[in-house]
Design a protein around this ligand. Sequence first.
Ligand code: PHE
Length: 470
Amino acid sequence: QGDFSLRGKGAAKVVILGAGVAGLIAAYELGKAGYDCTLLEAGSRAGGRNLTLRGGDRLTELNGPAQDVKFGEGVYFNAGPGRIAPWMVTLDYCRELGIPIETFINNNAAAYVHTNGQTVRARTARADMYGYVAELLAKATNLGALDRTITKADQETLLDFLRRFGDLGPKLEYEGSDRRGFTKFPAIGGGTPVEAPGTLHQILAAGTGRSIIGDFGYEQATPMFQPVGGMDAIVVKLKEAVGEDRIKTGAKVTKITTLADGVEIAHTGGVVKADYCIAALPPHILAKIPHNLGAQITTALATPAPVAAGKIGLEYGRRWWELEDRVYGGVTETDLDITHIWYPSHGYHSERGLLVGYYNTEHEAELYGSLSPEDRRNRALTQGKKIHGEKYRQNVLASASIAWHRQEHIQGGWVRWPSFDSSFTLLQRPAGRVYFAGDWLTHLIAWQAGAMESARGAVTQLHQRVLQSP
Ligand code: PHE
């Protein structure tokens, strides 16, 4: 970062509100240029939503019982972020901080799709949807439906593609295909294919189509990555680089004041004065803190709506998903209130392993969040049994669940802007000497990359100002 130095200017003092990923990155980058940073963190630990739970941890909850995490040695649960796309700046920080990464399997043909009470492998669901769609389009083409749209030559090319895309028979009909998979795998013998596909009507009625598009999006496309040993490696390394002594935990901000020549931040442990402030708290939390930044800022901060999100980690004494189902990592999609099951993308063939038994948002997350930890677990196990059978409820060693909207200083999984309007852009600029940062100020909401990009943006603006100041 040769462009990022104070060029002989005095080291400005910056107070950063919140030691989540945005706050830590802001402190880390400013630290490189020699700024004097202090982080105020209301909670008892840095990292914010980047949270990895291990045996011995204690997880508290707003108006709910605390959970003592009892996972075995080496077992971890990424209760917040769990996957990183290769184009995201998060991976650049992993490289820079020396954090080893490994593949996160986001799409596994052997995982399941469970809709309307039916469970099929993802490969079967895909083969059937692609097959029938290809057949229909081939039929329409041959009935002349595309004659005015594309040339005969193009139609031939299209038919050739559809034959391959859908694995269609000689009459361009979908009759099922090897792609659907086997109940007895081919070896010396040819294997036993899974039961023949239902009719198009049955496939559509089963609703499998909705559940095969999870990794089509730019953000979710395979391959994705995870830090080896837990997502919180990012927090550990950032804390080290920033200096733990700069992070004051248990310091809840009670007042933000911007002055002509600095800022004054009151918190539960005292008052901090600095030249500038970077407010890296969730907007709905910031909106409730008294300040002198103006009514427009309050309105803007109150505009994005928090979205509930929840996850449960289920530790098993036996990796039955590998041993019995041949599922090595990946995600099962369901229309149940658990929404997803994640299988671990690491520790294959070891003795124990941890599944994410639900990862849901909004209504479903609120539902689970309102239950006791025991009831969340029981409900998750009852739902998962519909997919995996009785073994889903056996050999469960420990579990831990998080309801992000019930985390005291966070109160949401992420936020949703009704629209990326003038409130959004207003907060991307400083209010007096106060800058804002967080994933919520980017188009990468609910990604660490959003927090990082936003922090970099705030730090860049702040630094320009310092260089230009007399
Ligand atoms: N980043 C989160 C995840 O990967 C939330 C999210 C999901 C964000 C899908 C965008 C799209 O689960």
